[in-house]
Design a protein around this ligand. Structure first.
Ligand code: ZN
Ligand code: ZN
Length: 413
């Protein structure tokens, strides 16, 4: 099979299962300039599926680097109204949104994290920013995050291979993780996969745990209380209008909402975290009553600090996710240096905003109601990996009884 055909299968999967584009609906595709082949194929398949209009927005990691290196703080703080209006326009149209991640891991080398913080906070401080974020975080429209290699990313993942070979290897790894192969129908493969994920989230929902306790040989000893009426979700989701879609391709996780103030103990990372262009390695957090009260990292401590101190909510958890140690992405043995893949190779937690869908009635709750339900609210949401081969997780129910959930890194059911 020609590679072109695999690319087309992947694009069809993104359009029909990822965002499940509806007839007459607008589609916005955000992608790096290194993702043009995929963006064009997605646009074509979206039109064929009946999209009214496809708007592709390219960004460029290298231009972003130059801006941060050379623009004055005052300039970085400026957020033009058209930048906001463009996003509001798509939201008003009820557009579906695809993001193609095709990162350049070296783009932010040597860039001062404070500069990144200044430009991010300027956007986050805009009065309309929460509305923009709520559109996807609150499932008001379909959205999907997918990936395509870039030369720089491929070089990072396969440093010993010649660039052309590394690029092809990364493409094949992405397609394999996304269940796109020469001899399968990715759409039916995803129906089956979504079924397996929902079986596990159903079991977790039936247990209705009060809290989860994590323990492994690295020293993780963490207690996470869950919000009352939490919902375990994963795989496909529904928009507020009832349209089914898959927000992440690939995905392996089932996840829910921790109680903002109910996290206590210490947790160690099991994979590096690529954040703001920097690789944070061997880090840990200590929580008390939900808040990170201490943390450390062998590499990029300062970058980790900007994450924890981004805003009042970024030092609290917003997501708890379960992923088998024995999963296709984990078994590939590849460290992708990219959250979309690495988070699906490992149990993870997220600092920052919680997903409203993870509590009953959450998607129609106001910000105050969500807060009352115990949800964390933040301008950021960053996953970090904590699963390993000897991770045990025990759930405690409201009646005090205990149920083993994970044994040696894997689900017991
Ligand atoms: Zn997650
Ligand atoms: Zn997450």
């Amino acid at each position: 099979m020609e590679f072109k055909e695999l690319l087309n299968k992947y694009a069809k999967l993104i359009v029909n299962v990822g965002v499940n584009i509806q007839k007459g609906q607008m589609l916005v595709v955000n992608g790096s300039v290194t993702s043009m082949d995929l963006a064009r194929e997605i646009a074509l398949e979206a039109y064929k599926a009946g999209a009214s209009k496809v708007q592709v927005k390219y960004n460029d990691d290298i231009l972003a680097r130059y801006a941060l290196l050379y623009q004055a703080d005052e300039t970085l703080k400026e957020v033009p109204e058209w930048f906001i209006d463009e996003r509001l326009y798509a939201i008003e149209k009820g557009a579906a949104m695809v993001s193609i991640t095709s990162p350049n891991p070296k783009a932010m080398e040597g860039v001062n994290p404070e500069k990144m913080k200044i430009s991010q906070q300027a956007v986050q401080a805009h009065p309309k920013f929460q509305d923009i974020m709520a559109y996807t975080m609150g499932n008001r429209g379909q959205w999907c995050v997918v990936a395509m290699p870039s030369d720089e990313w491929a070089k990072k993942v396969f440093p010993s291979l010649p660039i052309k070979e590394a690029y092809e290897r990364l493409w094949l790894a992405i397609l394999k993780a996304s269940r796109v192969s020469e001899d399968n129908n990715p759409v039916t493969a995803w129906e089956e996969h979504n079924g397996n994920i929902s079986r596990r989230s159903k079991i977790m929902n039936e247990h209705n745990f009060k809290s989860l306790h994590y323990k492994n040989s690295l020293g993780t000893d963490l207690d996470i209380e869950l919000v009352n009426n939490h919902i375990w979700a994963g795989g496909s989701e529904h928009t507020t209008k009832g349209i089914i879609f898959n927000p992440n391709i690939p995905t392996e996780e089932v996840f829910t909402m921790p109680l903002k103030t109910g996290v206590n103990g210490k947790v160690f990372s099991t994979k590096p975290l690529f954040y703001n262009g920097k690789l944070i390695e061997d880090f840990w957090f200590e929580f008390k009553n939900g808040k990170v009260i201490d943390f450390g990292a062998k590499k990029e401590y300062e970058t980790l600090k900007t994450l924890v101190e981004n805003d009042p909510g970024s030092s609290y958890l917003g997501e708890v996710a379960l992923v088998q140690y024995d999963s296709p992405i984990s078994n590939s043995g590849i460290l992708f240096y990219n959250t979309l893949f690495d988070e699906n190779a490992s149990c993870h937690l997220a600092l920052g905003n919680a997903y409203p869908m993870n509590v009953k009635g959450g998607i129609s709750m106001s910000r105050d109601q969500l807060k009352e339900a115990g949800a964390n609210s933040s301008f950021t949401h960053v996953d970090f990996m904590i699963g390993n081969k000897d991770l045990d997780i025990v759930g405690t129910k409201h009646d005090g009884s205990k149920v083993q959930i994970f044994k040696n890194g894997n689900f017991v059911f």
